[in-house]
Design a protein around this ligand. Structure first.
Ligand SMILES: [Zn+2]
Length: 319
C-alpha cells in the first residue's frame, strides 16, 4: 500500500475518516458516558476492537486510537494523570491488532481542556510540549501510522505539531481546528477565521488540515423539521478553508447538534443527507471525509460506495 502522503499526492483518491468511536461506543457498545474513554477501552478491549473492526468493514480507511481524552490535562480530570503513557500505548496497541494492512491507524491527540495556553489560560508553551510529548511517544510506540491533532486553540495545535515532527519527522499529520458558526460566520473559540486557522496549521507543518466537531451551521438556519441540511454548513466551511491554499483538506462535521429524546442522545443529520452533500465536499478539496459526534456506521456505509466509485474513476497515480 502506498503511504498516505504518496496516495494523496499521486492520486485523486478520497479517503473515509475513522468512525467517531467516542460517540459510537456510548450509543451501541455500552460505554457509560461518565467513564473515561481510554480506561473503558482498556477494560473492554474486545468491544473496542469489535467496534474498530466493524468500522473498517463499513468502509473507513482510518481507525482511531480514540485517545482524545488521554492527554495529560484531560486524564487529570479523571484522576488518571499518572496513567497517560499506559492509556495511550495500550489503546494504540489494541487498535493496531485489528487494523488491516491497507488501512491507516490514527493516533488521536486532542485539546488541553479544561486548561488553555497563555494568554487565554495559564499553560506555558513548554508545559504544552511536555504534555503532548508524553502522549505522542506512547502512541508511536503502540504503532500508529498518522497523527491526528484537533484543538480549540490553534496555538496549541502548533505546539503539538512541533512535537510530533520532532518525534517522528516523516509521520503524516492531520490537524483540525474546531469552528463555531455564529452571526458573523465561522470562527475558532479564539477568534481565527477558517482561512487563518488552515493557514496556521499548514505553515506549522501539518500535511492535511480541516475541521471537525464544533458547530458547522447556525441552529436558526435549520429549515423545516426533519430536514437539517446540517452538512451544507460543512460545504460552506470547506470553501473558506480552501481560501488558505491548495493542500489536501479534511472534514468531520457532527451529525447535527445533539438533543435528548426519551433519555437517549439523538442526532438528526441522516446518512442520506451526508451522501447528498459529500460530492460538494470533494468539489471543495476534501480528500478525507467523515463525521464527528453522532456519526455512525450507517453514515459510513451510505457514503462508501460513492467514494469507491470516485476513486475507481480517478486516474491512477500520475507518472
Ligand atoms: Zn464531535
Amino acid at each position: 500500500m502506498p503511504s498516505l502522503l504518496a496516495r494523496l499526492r499521486e492520486s485523486d483518491d478520497v479517503l473515509i475518516h475513522y468512525a467517531p468511536l467516542h460517540s459510537m461506543l456510548s450509543e451501541d457498545w455500552g460505554k457509560p458516558m461518565e467513564v473515561h474513554l481510554s480506561q473503558w477501552i482498556l477494560e473492554h478491549p474486545d468491544r473496542f476492537q469489535d467496534a474498530l473492526a466493524r468500522s473498517y468493514a463499513a468502509g473507513c480507511d482510518f481507525g482511531s486510537t480514540s485517545t482524545q481524552s488521554s492527554s495529560a490535562w484531560r486524564a487529570n480530570l479523571f484522576g488518571l494523570k499518572d496513567q497517560v503513557r499506559r492509556l495511550n500505548y495500550e489503546s494504540a496497541r489494541l487498535a493496531r491488532e485489528v487494523t488491516p494492512p491497507d488501512k491507516y491507524l490514527v493516533g488521536f491527540c486532542s485539546t488541553t481542556l479544561p486548561e488553555f495556553l497563555q494568554p487565554a489560560g495559564t499553560l506555558t508553551p513548554d508545559q504544552v510540549r511536555d504534555g503532548y510529548r508524553e502522549q505522542m511517544e506512547a502512541l508511536l510506540e503502540g504503532g500508529i501510522d498518522v497523527f491526528m491533532i484537533v484543538g480549540n486553540q490553534p496555538d496549541i495545535n502548533l505546539l503539538a505539531i512541533e512535537v510530533a515532527r520532532d518525534l517522528a519527522p516523516d509521520i503524516p499529520i492531520i490537524s483540525h481546528c474546531v469552528y463555531y458558526h455564529g452571526p458573523r460566520g465561522f470562527f475558532t473559540m479564539m477568534g481565527q477565521t477558517p482561512r487563518e486557522g488552515a493557514r496556521m496549521l499548514w505553515d506549522a507543518g501539518a500535511d492535511v488540515v480541516g475541521a471537525s466537531c464544533g458547530l458547522m451551521r447556525k441552529t436558526d438556519d435549520y429549515p423545516t423539521p426533519g430536514e437539517t441540511h446540517y452538512y451544507e454548513g460543512a460545504t460552506e466551511l470547506l470553501g473558506l478553508l480552501r481560501q488558505a491554499g491548495d493542500g489536501p483538506l479534511s472534514i468531520q462535521p457532527n451529525a447535527s447538534l445533539s438533543r435528548l429524546a426519551e433519555g437517549k442522545t439523538v442526532y438528526a443529520a441522516t446518512p442520506d443527507e451526508m451522501l447528498r452533500e459529500v460530492p460538494n465536499w470533494i468539489d471543495r478539496g476534501a480528500r478525507i471525509v467523515g463525521g464527528c459526534c453522532g456519526t455512525n456506521l450507517d453514515h459510513i456505509r451510505a457514503i462508501a460506495p460513492l467514494i469507491r466509485r470516485h476513486n475507481a474513476r480517478t486516474p491512477s497515480p500520475r507518472p
